[in-house]
Every structure is written in C-alpha cells, then in structure tokens.
Design a protein around this ligand. Structure first.
Ligand SMILES: Cc1cc2nc3c(=O)[nH]c(=O)nc-3n(C[C@H](O)[C@H](O)[C@H](O)COP(=O)(O)O)c2cc1C
Length: 214
C-alpha cells in the first residue's frame, strides 16, 4: 500500500519528527511504500490567498473538478490521490493543529478535490482512502478527556475534517505528556505505541483485497 505522511513540526530534532521517522521506517519494513511531506522543511506555503479563493468561488457554478490549482497544490493533491493511506502527524497547539498544517488542509483539501457542498452539507470526495491521525500533547489525555476537550478535538479534527473529506479514519493515536527533557521510559512507551499502530493496521496488508461478491 502507498502511504502519504504529512507532518508539521518546526524542529527536525523534535520528538514529533522522531516519531514520524520511526513510523515511516516501520511501514517500509512491513513492505509498504511511503512518502513524507515534511511541511516545514518543504517550506509549504499555508496561506490561502485572495486569488486562489476567487478561483475557487468562480468555479462554483461550473464543474469545480475542472478547476486549475496552483502548481504546489496540484502536486500535493496528486500525492493524496496516489496514496491509499493518508497519515497526519502533528502536535496539538492550543488543542488545534499547527497553522502550517491547517493551511495545508485549507489549500490542499479544497472544494472540488476533497469535498463538494451538497444542500448545505459537505460530500467528501476522498472516499475509499484510509486515514491515520497521530497527535501529540503536553497535557495528559485523561485531563483533556475529563472536561470534554478531547471530544472537541475528535469532533473538529477526526470528523469535521477527515471524515467529512471521505476518509475512513482507521486510528487516532494520541501520545500525551510529551514535555521537554522527556524521561526515557515515557519516550519508549510512545515509540512502542507508534510501532504497534503501524503493525496493527498494516502488517500483512500490502495490497487491498477486493471484497468477495456473492
Ligand atoms: C504554540 C504551542 C501551543 C501548545 N498548545 C498545547 C495545548 O493546547 N495543549 C497541550 O497539551 N499541549 C500544548 N502544547 C505542547 C505540545 O502539544 C507538545 O507537548 C509538544 O509540542 C510536542 O512535542 P515536541 O515539540 O517535542 O515534538 C503546545 C505547544 C506549543 C509550542
């Protein structure tokens, strides 16, 4: 299977980037192919500007699938289209995604590519694709879950973005209590969970089997 990993963290030596490299290496070890779009190192431009927005709006009556996208976005969309599995990896910043990842969603998951509005609601166009979300926080997950903040994350990110775009969300792996000077035991527990996530979903599944008919 082909995996596209999209990761957002400014520091190449961060724990988030170490987790990403481990996940990518494990997918390859399991016989999958992957490519990683490292948004900061690529210098991805997250700003949806007026011209691009106008192009989106002008296509509203016409067939929006025929819309021309800027070259960087057309290339990013080709990577999504070619992937069987889309994996997003990012720390939670103010319980949201870093702005560069949000800008990736704004620009790449555009109308006509990731969704079409239908009667006021969104019809996802990326159906048939799987998605894995891997997020990282400083706070313990139990604290976030206790007062509803974790449910809000899941509603706004898993459902409102990824499921709305048509993905089947296989997993949302959340690694919590990631602080500077992380104790070895905590880091090793997170590394083990990353490996387990890759193996649980993808070991022995290098190709999709067609469902049997009849
Ligand atoms: C701008 C910013 C906002 C953050 N907001 C939150 C937050 O709302 N909740 C939380 O638990 N952690 C928050 N954190 C901490 C990160 O989610 C996380 O601990 C850390 O960035 C991930 O580890 P790494 O940077 O070592 O890869 C924030 C960090 C930054 C830089």
């Amino acid at each position: 299977m082909k995996h596209l990993i999209v990761v957002a963290h400014p520091s190449a030596s961060s724990f988030t980037m170490a987790l990403t490299r481990l996940y990518a290496t494990e997918l390859e070890r399991l016989g999958h192919t992957q490519s990683t779009s490292d948004l900061y190192r690529m210098g991805f431009n997250p700003i949806l500007n007026a011209g691009e927005l106008a192009a989106a709006d002008s296509g509203r009556v016409a067939d929006s699938s025929a819309r021309a996208f800027p070259a960087d976005i057309a290339q990013a969309q080709r990577h999504v289209r070619e992937a069987d599995v889309f994996t997003a990896i990012y720390p939670l910043w103010w319980l949201s995604m870093p702005a560069i990842m949000k800008g990736y969603i704004d620009r790449v998951f555009a109308r006509g590519f990731a969704y079409e509005p239908a009667d006021g609601i969104v019809r996802g166009l990326l159906t048939g694709k799987k998605c894995v979300l891997i997020t990282i926080s400083g706070a313990p997950l139990t604290a976030l879950a206790k007062d509803g903040r974790w449910s809000a994350v899941q509603a706004l990110q898993d459902t409102h973005i990824f499921r709305s775009a048509g993905f089947e969300v296989l997993d949302h792996l959340h690694l919590d209590q990631v602080q500077p000077n992380l104790p070895v035991a905590v880091a090793e527990r997170h590394f083990a969970r990353i490996l387990d996530c890759a193996r649980r979903h993808f070991r022995g599944r290098t190709v999709w089997a067609e469902p049997a008919i009849g």
